[in-house]
Design a binder for this molecule. Structure first.
Ligand code: NAP
Length: 256
């Protein structure tokens, strides 16, 4: 399947949005990509077909994350797709969305956020390591929510802070194997799924005005950064959180 000597990658949450763009980008560089999805089978098929049309190779694997047995289900599919090949790149992209401020987030919603956004990536890394080649790459998608206080997203931001800490501490552990571990923190990124959010009158303009590069992001803006961290060019970068927000909320805005 694909180039038997090429690299391999697992991208969680690749049925749409940023994960779909990351999967396409890694496949364009020749990696066999495992396209993980939770519920959106047709979205995952679209990712796989897009990769195939571009000459790449990908396999869709379903697993609901944040539930009992999630990692086992995911890796049954991953191992079957890899067919004995080692894993080079793991991208923890799947995440549950913000649930609202303190007072509006139930205990069940809080627990689910942590189960999907924190527990799942942690144990996915643990399960991936025996499959991973020395010199491998682990990238987890965080958010600018960890540095921009937004009370509408407190619990969500807490989960992203946790995976940033996971990345720095695991980088210290896994460096002996040459494995780099980094996080990428997107800013406001317009995807087909969240496009409606940015249709709220004035919101896109308000965010754009706070962004040094003067626009919203797109999935490819994030995928390119992940591809860099996954490449040999980033071999000396580990334990870092790379902001990929176009300079969102850097300080007082001056447009003169
Ligand atoms: P999205 O459109 O909501 O897509 C999320 C993906 O994760 C989907 O493929 C979804 O799969 C999967 N997923 C979510 N919960 C899951 C679960 N419980 N089990 C299995 N799969 C699950 O997300 P996005 O906007 O592209 O964001 C991707 C990443 O970037 C996330 O980590 C997000 O927090 C981060 N981020 C995004 C933005 C932004 O503005 N878009 C900003 C900052 C950070 P199914 O649909 O198949 O279930």
């Amino acid at each position: 399947m694909g180039d038997p000597n090429g690299r391999t990658a697992v991208v969680t949450g690749a049925s749409r949005g940023i994960g779909q763009a990351i999967a396409a980008r890694l496949a364009a560089e020749g990696a066999l990509v495992v396209v993980h999805f939770g519920t959106d089978e047709s979205g995952a098929a679209e990712t796989v077909e897009g990769i195939a049309r571009a000459g790449g190779t990908a396999v869709a694997v379903q697993a609901e994350l944040g539930v009992e047995g999630d990692v086992e289900t995911l890796f049954a599919g991953v191992e079957s797709a890899l067919a004995g090949r080692p894993l080079d790149i793991l991208v923890n992209n799947a995440a549950a969305a913000p649930t609202g401020p303190l007072g509006a987030t139930s205990r069940a919603e809080f627990d689910r956020l942590f189960a999907v956004n924190v527990r799942a990536p942690y144990f996915i890394v643990e399960r991936a390591l025996p499959l991973m080649r020395d010199g491998g790459r682990i990238v987890t998608i965080s958010s600018v929510a960890t540095r921009m206080a937004n009370p509408a997203q407190t619990a969500f931001a807490m989960t992203k802070a946790a995976v940033e800490t996971m990345s720095t501490t695991l980088a210290a552990q896994l460096g002996l194997r040459g494995i780099t571990v980094n996080a990428v923190a997107p800013g406001a990124t317009r995807t087909p799924a969240n496009g409606a959010v940015f249709e709220v009158p004035g919101l896109a303009e308000q965010i754009t005005a706070m962004t040094a590069l003067d626009r919203l992001g797109g999935p490819d803006d994030i995928a390119d950064v992940v591809a860099f961290l996954a490449s040999d060019a980033a071999r000396w970068v580990t334990g870092q959180v790379i902001d990929a927000s176009g300079g969102l909320f850097l300080g007082p805005v001056s447009r003169s």
